[in-house]
Design a protein around this ligand. Structure first.
Ligand SMILES: Nc1ncnc2c1ncn2[C@@H]1O[C@H](COP(=O)(O)OP(=O)(O)OP(=O)(O)O)[C@@H](O)[C@H]1O
Ligand SMILES: [Mg+2]
Length: 358
């Protein structure tokens, strides 16, 4: 295996008697974009700050490009940082904000000009060089922050919820913009968010944090489809917790009193007259309690054997109304077994179907 570009080995950090990092270990390959995803207070910012040298770990080792950096000051670690709040210099123009780090490194005036112009072009702010931060939109300000972080050509870019203060629509635009920018520049990056859609869309790999610990590391698809612990299973997607799953058709083989997570994408909903092909014997009947238009699809709340589950229908499929009786087929559930989780598939599915059916 290739040597990792960034590696944290068994990092621990306490604030008083609060454990903000609890045996944190992970490694990142060069050029990857990693999403750090977890609830508020789970230790995401702490990990970035330790990596950047803004905070000292109580124990553990930090390596960047094969070099142990524990005793190397923040300014010498070759790291660019973009924070949640824009943190631009209010009384400096866009040009001077971006030029800041270069001036500190005592670059020649002409070189600064060339580099800043190149960055302004890269982040798409041409013509705005002379503006002040208060003359820019939130999205534009954050682009300036990216340009400033990239100016000195850092080897590692740390992004702490860079889009938190930006409204939903601009935020999705900026997400794909950032993804492209990072692959153009080819810089190894860690992106903190507590928005799972953002992490799933942007990251090559996701690290799930909880109570200072790392719960799971994997590609967005692995995290989504194969949660290996109870926290991830319940944190990702739109979970409904189902008690005693052996009472559902197709899951009779499960031991008694097992609890599981059931997600909307694991449920197929059919009107009574719609055919379910070969799954006929494994259908459950449910009563629709709520129908909500969600723009791109329809969300249904359906009562089945006492549990209220959430499912989706595509727009354009025959309409389902509140009070209607429908047929449900559950493809899979994620069993919660203490701290662990595992997948259980409907017995009616062949092995092949259970692998390919998402
Ligand atoms: N300097 C500090 N002094 C005391 N406690 C701290 C300090 N910094 C962080 N903490 C605590 O450590 C825990 C982890 O904080 P951290 O900022 O890393 O969480 P986070 O995952 O980034 O949360 P958020 O999503 O809200 O930004 C929190 O409970 C926080 O209160
Ligand atoms: Mg934070």
């Amino acid at each position: 295996m290739k040597q990792a570009y960034v590696e944290l080995r068994d990092i621990n950090k306490t604030f008083g008697d609060f454990r903000a990092s609890d045996h944190v270990s992970f490694s990142i390959q060069k050029g990857k974009l990693i999403g750090l995803l977890g609830p508020s207070g789970s230790g995401k910012t702490t990990i970035l700050r330790i990596l950047a040298g803004l905070e000292t770990a109580d124990s553990g080792e930090i390596y960047i490009d094969g070099r142990k950096v524990n005793n190397i000051p923040a300014s010498k670690r070759g790291i660019g940082f973009v924070f949640q709040s824009y943190a631009l210099f209010r009384y400096k123009t866009v040009f001077d904000n971006i030029a800041f780090g270069l001036k500190i490194q005592k670059w020649q005036k002409a070189d600064i000009k060339t580099r800043v112009e190149e960055l302004i072009e890269l982040v798409g702010l041409k013509g705005m060089e002379k503006r002040y931060p208060n003359q820019l939109s939130g999205g534009q300000r954050q682009r300036v922050a990216f340009a400033r972080a990239l100016a000195t050509q850092p080897q590692l870019l740390l992004l702490d919820e860079p889009f938190a203060a930006i409204d939903a629509k601009v935020r999705t635009e900026l997400r794909s913009w950032l993804r492209e920018l990072i692959s153009t520049v080819g810089i190894t990056s860690i992106f903190v968010t507590h928005d799972q859609d953002e992490a799933i869309e942007v990251a090559d790999e996701i690290i799930i944090t909880n109570h200072g610990r790392i719960e799971q590391i994997g590609t967005p698809m692995e995290i989504y489809l194969k949660p290996t612990n109870a926290f991830t299973a319940q944190f990702i997607g739109r979970p409904t917790i189902i008690e005693n799953i052996s009472r559902f058709r197709g899951f009779e083989q499960a031991p008694d009193h097992l609890k599981a997570v059931l997600r909307p994408e694991c449920i197929s909903v059919r009107k009574k007259q719609e055919k379910h092909k070969k799954y006929e014997a494994s259908l459950e009947e449910g009563a629709v309690e709520q129908v909500s238009f969600r723009g791109s699809d329809i969300e249904l709340k359906i009562r089945v054997k006492g549990s209220l589950v959430t499912a989706f229908r595509q727009i354009g499929e025959p309409e389902i109304t509140e009070g209607e009786k429908v047929d449900l087929f559950f493809y899979r559930m994620y069993v919660l077994d203490g701290d662990n989780a595992y997948t259980i598939t409907n017995q009616a599915l062949t092995v092949e179907e259970s692998v390919y059916r998402i």
